[in-house]
Design a binder for this molecule. Structure first.
Ligand code: NAD
Length: 505
């Protein structure tokens, strides 16, 4: 089956590809050269309603299907995704500009592994043991699906984010309507087509392509949607939570990040330098967990800055389709200008741009970088802790390095932003690492590494980075509700506890 049927329409509703009924068209652009990848008709509120209706209609059968049946369907889905791995990687790179080696070796295999994980997890919903806790009753819990989930995803890892939203929701027996980011809807539509190909019943997974303000807000406010799961910026997350509150929906928010990278003076310097380069440049820095603020203890500071600057200069910018390219363009020209604005304002405010800071002209492969949304890896020092470049989410290939003296100061600075998604500590001292992992307020703290994720472990934020977990068994808690069922075991009409309301013992 050809999963790229989005050419025929950009909505996947009730197992079918349909054209949106809205009058707005949207050009999905390849940011490497500004060419058109696809032109789609955006969803109207009526399309959102149709998708929610389809999800509602599919809910009774899917939520009552045995865990084994759902697991089998997800297992088949993992197979379909693997069969189309190359196609997914190609389209993901075209719509985002991410290097093909990242799509091929990270995004697509990560999504297949996640699917295989949730096939197993579907059969492992857990709860407290049934028992006679009162002495007079048998109690047990049922873990039940919530209903129709409305999900909204961002553009940085379109395929993985679609998978992170869809898989735990449907593994737990919910049905879903996903709205991917306008810029990058194509692999989410392909994922929905793969679900249909895998025999997941029509209406269980629906994808609508639409704008945030119209289709997104309509979905989040829809009275038949019982839960909203959102991944995106903190500003939009707040708006989504506000809208969801009006109809008392459960919310799950995965928001922005500004991950600190703390290097203590006993760290392996070479490992820290290589780690900082990879963790700050992954996906051109458009990664919510990317290393963005390196705090380096004074004795290692100069060598760390020099080491990162050297490696940044060796990074190969170029055509993302070239397997040798390390760094492609940012997702759009508007976003590239936004990133450049952060760098310019930092420079104006007195920070030093040690390397990078521009857009570049010629790629390692001779490609003309001026045609795309490129931005060079950029290393900044001398910024103030309270400056925009240290506090705000830049979401680009920009690393700020700051020195610290005592361990207490390093950990205090690491915690000094509104965000709390991820962080890393670099040290060979077990006591320092234990202290750092305890003190840093973030949903994930790595020690001597920064970025790896695995399907078995939870991903989610503290503080303004949101709440709720993606991936892992923990995500199933988000997408289920627990019901206490209590049976009387005494069979007496006048129960002992009634005396507290009327009569005597
Ligand atoms: P964004 O917040 O601009 O958009 C995210 C999604 O929300 C898009 O689908 C968009 O169409 C939709 N949207 C916009 N306005 C809306 C509204 N008023 N109502 C409903 N939906 C609306 O984010 P982005 O620029 O696409 O993605 C980058 C952001 O995502 C960064 O802040 C990044 O940190 C965050 N992110 C977080 C995680 C995580 O796990 N915490 C993962 C990936 C990305």
């Amino acid at each position: 089956m050809d999963l790229t049927s989005f050419s025929a329409g950009a909505q996947h509703i009730a197992g079918r590809v349909v054209t949106g009924s809205g009058d707005e068209r949207f050009r999905v652009v390849n940011p490497a050269d500004g060419s058109t990848v696809e032109e789609v008709v955006l969803a109207s509120p009526a399309d959102v309603d149709a998708a929610v209706d389809a999800a509602r209609a599919a809910l009774p059968e899917w939520s009552r299907a045995t865990p084994g049946t759902r697991a089998e369907a997800l297992g088949r889905l993992a197979g379909v995704l693997a069969d189309h791995a190359e196609e997914f990687a190609r389209v993901e790179t075209a719509q985002t500009g991410k290097p093909i080696k990242l799509s091929t070796e990270f995004d697509v295999p990560g999504t297949i592994d996640n699917t295989a994980f949730f096939a197993g997890a579907a059969r492992n919903l857990e709860g407290k043991a049934a028992g006679e806790y009162s002495g007079d009753h048998t109690s047990y819990v049922r873990r039940e699906a919530i209903g129709v989930v409305g999900s909204i995803s961002p553009w940085n890892y379109p395929l993985q984010m679609a998978a992170w939203k869809i898989l735990p929701a449907i593994a737990a027996g919910n049905t879903i309507v996903l709205k991917p980011a306008e810029l990058t809807p194509l692999t989410s539509l392909m994922f929905a087509a793969a679900c249909t190909e895998a025999g997941i019943p029509d209406g269980v997974v629906n994808v609508i392509t639409g704008a945030g303000r119209t289709a997104g807000e309509h979905l989040v406010s829809h009275p038949a949607v019982s839960m909203v799961s959102f991944t995106g910026s903190t500003a939009v997350g707040k708006r989504v939570a506000e809208l969801a509150t009006a109809t008392v929906k459960r919310t799950h928010l995965e928001l922005g990040g500004k991950a600190p990278f703390v290097v203590f003076d006993d760290a392996d310097l070479e490992a820290a330098v290589h780690g900082a380069v990879a963790a700050s440049l992954i996906n051109s820095g458009q990664d919510c967990t990317a290393a963005t603020r390196a705090y380096v203890q004074r004795p290692l500071y100069d060598a760390f800055v020099a080491g990162v600057a050297d490696l940044y200069a060796a990074v190969r910018l170029g055509d993302p389709r070239n397997p040798q390219t390390d760094l492609g363009p940012l997702v759009s020209f508007a976003h590239r200008d936004r990133v450049a604005g952060f760098v310019e304002r930092a420079r104006r405010d007195g920070a030093t741009v040690v390397t990078g800071g521009g857009t570049g002209t010629k790629g390692h492969d001779g490609s003309d970088l001026t045609l795309g949304a490129y931005h060079q890896p950029t290393l900044i020092t001398g910024a103030a802790q309270d400056s925009e470049v240290v506090q705000g989410e830049i979401f680009g290939p920009v690393l700020v390095v700051l020195p610290f003296d005592s361990d207490e100061e390093g950990l205090r600075l690491a915690n000094d932003t509104p965000y709390g998604l991820a962080a890393s500590a670099w040290t060979r001292d077990v006591h320092r690492s234990l202290r750092a992992t305890r003190e840093i307020a973030a949903g994930c703290v790595w020690v001597n590494d920064h970025i790896p994720i695995i399907s078995e472990m939870p991903h989610g934020g503290y503080k303004a980075s949101g709440y709720g977990k993606d991936m892992s068994q923990y995500s199933l808690d988000e997408y289920t509700q627990v019901k206490h069922v209590m049976y009387d075991t005494t069979a007496v009409a006048r129960k002992d506890w009634h005396r507290t309301i009327f009569g005597d013992r």
